[in-house]
Design a protein around this ligand. Structure first.
Ligand code: PLP
Length: 436
């Protein structure tokens, strides 16, 4: 499909207005919708709304659509599986397809055990529960601006079931540390002179016996997406890994958004030279269908039958689509092209930064890119950021906000330079057209 011009009837059109009115009457108002975009179908790097407008997508459904929309290999694998068997009851019975997918995942990641669920929150919930079970402790360290478990309350604490041997599972205790947000250092010091002081703080927490004695693990994102695509310095995760080793606690990576080649390697932690003890994956792992996977080693994931299961986890159609998606990415050598196009886009954004003062910072790896929008005094400019995103939408580009004042760019990994330029041109003119 050629790139320009984007088909255009104006937004929101009549169809969109009608759906939004009905949505507002029945859908939970908790969903953080950003602008009046009513999606109908997708094709490659494009989305079409209910009024027939075509949009270039720089969000990929929050990173979920790694291969873009309606990839023929993924669609055909899912269709075949729908015709054969949709739900196998994988918690109670065996099935070959989820096993094949787990074999593929362990081969590419170096882990040797996989727990399947349906979403990111569940994959993280499984990671946390595994760490509690393995270390017999209920404390965790996570970082300010992270999202991890924000979507699930501590439901296991309310459960007495076979899985827990009839015992209550105590609520977990979370202690927070500062992530290396070097553009706006929360400690007001500068990298590398700081010696990664934020992690010294974490180490101090662990050395405080009243906290450290009860900690099972540290949960961390390779890049903090919801925080504003905050990308730590190269040695941040290596240092965190060392701390976990020394304190004999588990390193748990939340790779929900960064996994499956988003940053140019299968797991983003690889690019930081680190292997976590437990990795939670979701997002694009199901090829666009809901799927979560928690990966670990057999000397950690050695809990007995009944400890944790998921009724619909490892759903046959999601697993078929996910496996086809990863095989297709491997055959396209997608990691290489993500590095190339990610570098191209970040370079152009850095060039734009010179001409567009509201761009305070450009950061990220591969195709997980954050563009922080700032005021003259470098403080966050959330209203301007939102206005830029809205302006871009009206010109046919889909972007999402993240953090206080960052625009996230997580397009399908199949993005070409030509399409990237079309989108970046729209973004640039939106920034130029708006005054701080
Ligand atoms: C880093 C991270 N962790 C956890 C979650 C929660 O995942 P889900 O919405 O699939 O439950 C998200 C979702 O955006 C995420 O970005």
């Amino acid at each position: 499909m050629s790139d320009a011009p984007l088909q255009w009837e104006g937004v929101p059109g009549k169809g969109a207005i009608g759906v939004i009115a009905r949505d507002m009457a029945v859908i939970s108002p908790s969903l953080p919708r950003v602008y009046p975009f009513v999606v109908e179908r997708g094709e490659g790097v494009y989305l079409f709304d209910v009024d027939g407008n075509r949009f270039l997508d720089f969000a990929a459904g929050a990173g979920v659509m790694g291969l873009g929309y309606q990839n023929p290999h993924v669609v055909s694998a899912a269709r075949d599986q729908v015709g054969r068997l949709m739900h196998s009851g994988f918690s109670n019975f065996y099935a070959e397809l989820p096993v094949r997918f787990a074999e593929k995942l362990t081969k590419v990641t170096g882990y040797d055990r996989v727990f399947f669920s349906n979403s990111g929150a569940e994959a993280l919930e499984a990671a946390v529960k595994l760490a509690v079970w393995h270390n017999r402790k209920t404390g965790f360290i996570s970082f300010y601006q992270c999202i991890h478990r924000g979507r699930i309350l501590d439901l296991p604490s309310t459960t007495t079931a076979i899985a827990t041997g009839g015992d209550d599972i105590p609520c977990i205790q979370v202690h927070r540390g500062h992530y290396a947000y070097c553009y706006r250092c929360p400690l007001n010091i500068e990298y590398p002179g700081c010696g990664i002081e934020c992690l010294n703080e974490v180490e101090n927490l662990l050395e405080d016996a009243s906290v450290g004695g009860g900690v099972a693990g540290i949960i961390v994102e390779p890049i903090q997406y919801e925080g504003g695509c905050i990308t730590p310095p190269d040695d941040f995760h290596k240092e965190l890994r060392r701390i976990c080793h020394e304190h004999e606690i588990l390193f748990i990576a939340d790779e929900l958004l960064t996994g499956v080649y988003r940053t140019g390697v299968f797991l983003a932690m690889e690019s930081f030279g680190v292997q976590a003890d437990i990795t939670a994956m979701a997002g694009s792992i199901g090829g666009g269908l809901p799927l979560g996977a928690t990966l670990s080693y057999s000397d950690i994931m050695n809990w007995p039958p009944g400890t944790l299961a998921s009724t619909t986890g490892g759903n046959m159609v999601a697993v078929a689509a996910g496996l086809a998606g990863i095989e297709e990415m491997d055959s396209q050598k997608i990691g290489k092209s993500v590095n190339k196009i990610g570098y191209y886009m970040q370079k152009r954004l850095c060039e734009m930064q010179d001409a567009c003062p509201p761009i305070g910072d450009v950061r990220g790896r591969g195709l997980m890119i954050g563009v922080e929008i700032v005021k003259l005094d470098k403080t966050p400019a959330p209203l301007l950021r939102d206005a830029i995103i809205e302006e871009a939408f009206e010109a046919g580009l889909i972007l999402l906000p993240t953090g206080d004042s960052t625009i996230s760019i997580t397009p399908p990994l199949t993005m070409t330079e030509e399409s990237a330029d079309t989108g970046l041109d729209i973004l640039e003119s939106a920034i130029r057209s708006l005054k701080r």
